[in-house]
Design a protein around this ligand. Structure first.
Ligand code: FVH
Length: 268
C-alpha cells in the first residue's frame, strides 16, 4: 500500500497541526472539514465531501471533536468504505474505539485507532508521540507515513488500547494540573507571590518528584522504608488544613472543574 496520499477529516486546531506537519514532510494531503474554508492558507487540497477525501487518499486520518462527530461524519459514507484505511485520532473511550473498529470492519474498512500525546504547537516536535492500537501489520504499514506528526508507538492489537492509554495518561496529567492549580490558588488567596512560587518552588518541586510519582503509582509495590503511609496520611491532613485556612476547596477534581468552567464562561 502506498501511504503518501493522506486524507484528514477535521481541521480544528489539532487537524490543522497534523496537516501542516504532514505537508511539511512532503506528504500529499487532502482535507475535509464540516465548515468549509478552514483549509485556507494551509497548502492542502480541500475536498468538497468526506467521500472525496477518503477516495483520493491511501489512508485517512479522522480528527474530530468526539466519538459522536465521528459517527455522524462516517455514517453517510459507510457503504463506500470497502477497502479504505482509517486512522482515528479523535479522543474517546476504549469501548467507542472497539465499536468503531467493528462498524468499519462490517463495511470492509480497516481501522488503526490512535491517541495523540501532543498539543497542536508540539505536533511534529521531538517530544510528540502518537499511541496506536490495532493489527500490528497495519501499524507497520501506516506508521512511517504518519511519523512526521509524532513518534508512532504501538500499544497492542486491541483497538481500544490506544484510547485507554490516552485517557489514563490524561487522567494523570489532569490530576497534576488540578494539584498545580490548587497550589497556586492557595498561595494567591494568602497573598503570596504567585509567579515566584510557580517558578522557584512548584516547578522544581514537581520536576524532582515526577519520577517518584510515576514509579510509585502502583500502590501494590511500595517500599515501606521509602514511603511511610502514616507519615503520608498525616502530611495530607496538613495540606487539607492549609487549604482550608486559605479558603480553597480541597476537592482537587472539583476545584479543577470549577476553574475550567470559569475559563469557558470567560471565553464565551
Ligand atoms: N487540541 C488539543 O490540545 C488536544 C490534544 C490531544 C488530542 N485532542 C483531540 O483531538 C481532537 C480534535 O481536537 P481539536 O483541538 O482539533 O478540536 P477543535 O479545534 O475544537 O476542532 C473540532 C473539529 O471537529 C469538527 N466537528 C465537531 N463536531 C462535528 C460534527 N458533528 N461533525 C463533523 N465535524 C465536527 C469541527 O468542525 P467545524 O466545527 O469546524 O465544522 C472541527 O474540525 C479531539 O478529539 C481532541 O480531544 C486535541
Amino acid at each position: 500500500m502506498n501511504t503518501q496520499r493522506i486524507g484528514i477529516l477535521g481541521l480544528g486546531a489539532m487537524g490543522r497541526a497534523l496537516a501542516s506537519a504532514l505537508l511539511g514532510a512532503g506528504r500529499e494531503v487532502t482535507v475535509w472539514n464540516r465548515t468549509p474554508g478552514k483549509a485556507d492558507g494551509l497548502g492542502a487540497r480541500e475536498a468538497s465531501s468526506v467521500e472525496e477525501a477518503i477516495e483520493s487518499s491511501d489512508l485517512t486520518v479522522v480528527c474530530l471533536l468526539n466519538d459522536a462527530s465521528v459517527r455522524e461524519t462516517l455514517a453517510p459514507v459507510a457503504p463506500k468504505l470497502d477497502g479504505a484505511t482509517l486512522v482515528n485520532l479523535t479522543s474517546g473511550s476504549a469501548r467507542q474505539a472497539r465499536e468503531l473498529d467493528g462498524r468499519l470492519a462490517g463495511h470492509g474498512a480497516r481501522l488503526l485507532a490512535g491517541g495523540i500525546m501532543a498539543v497542536p504547537p508540539t505536533v511534529g516536535t521531538d517530544g510528540a508521540f502518537i499511541l496506536y492500537s490495532g493489527e500490528r501489520e497495519l501499524f507497520d504499514r501506516v506508521a512511517p507515513a504518519l511519523a512526521p506528526i509524532g513518534r508512532p508507538h504501538w500499544v497492542g492489537a486491541d483497538p481500544g488500547f490506544a484510547a485507554l492509554y490516552d485517557m489514563a495518561a490524561l487522567s494523570g496529567m489532569y490530576g497534576m494540573s488540578a494539584g498545580a492549580d490548587h497550589a497556586v490558588t492557595m498561595v494567591h488567596r494568602e497573598g503570596g507571590d504567585v509567579e515566584a512560587f510557580k517558578r522557584e518552588v512548584l516547578q522544581p518541586w514537581l520536576e524532582q518528584m515526577l519520577p517518584f510519582m510515576v514509579s510509585g503509582a502502583d500502590v501494590s509495590d511500595f517500599v515501606p522504608e521509602e514511603y511511610n503511609p502514616a507519615m503520608q496520611a498525616t502530611g495530607l491532613e496538613n495540606i487539607l488544613a492549609a487549604s482550608e485556612e486559605a479558603d480553597v476547596p480541597d476537592d482537587l477534581a472539583g476545584h479543577l472543574r470549577a476553574s475550567l468552567w470559569r475559563m469557558r464562561r470567560a471565553a464565551a
